[in-house]
Design a protein. Structure first.
Length: 137
């Protein structure tokens, strides 16, 4: 007999990260409300690093509280793994070049096209890299 019960396709975070293209980064407002955003990510010195504009809401919220939640997701932000707690740290300027290289390796042509397109904007992107360290259980 055929079962109509759906099986879960949500994978464990650690198993899903190697094949994922996006992370669902959840930051928290000062009042505790979560804000989830799909982001590109890369590996940098055994940590996950995300790239964003320095003026973004994510950066403001991370500066207010370093607690974040991570999940793998689709480009549209639909979760594809379990969530894990992590802490976020904005990388110092001395680490930016290495992090930028990690993104160039991971996203190759896509990131080059994005950077080329953003150079032509009237308000340029002021990039910042955020390191994410998974919290132990």
């Amino acid at each position: 007999m055929l079962s109509l019960v759906a099986t879960s396709r949500v994978r464990d975070f650690d198993d899903a990260v190697p094949s994922a293209r996006y992370l669902l980064l959840t930051t928290y407002r000062r009042d505790g409300r979560p804000v989830a955003t799909p982001v590109w990510f890369a590996d940098h010195e055994s940590r996950i690093v995300v790239w964003t504009d320095a003026r973004s809401g994510k950066v403001r919220r991370i500066r207010a509280t370093s607690r974040v939640t991570l999940r793998t997701c689709t480009m549209r932000g639909n979760p594809t793994s379990t969530a894990v707690e992590a802490t976020a740290t904005i990388l110092p300027p001395c680490d930016i070049e290495v992090a930028r290289d990690a993104f160039s390796r991971r996203y190759a042509l896509v990131i080059r096209l994005y950077r080329l397109a953003t150079r032509r904007r009237k308000s340029p992107v002021h990039e910042v890299y955020v390191a994410l360290a998974q919290m132990p259980l």
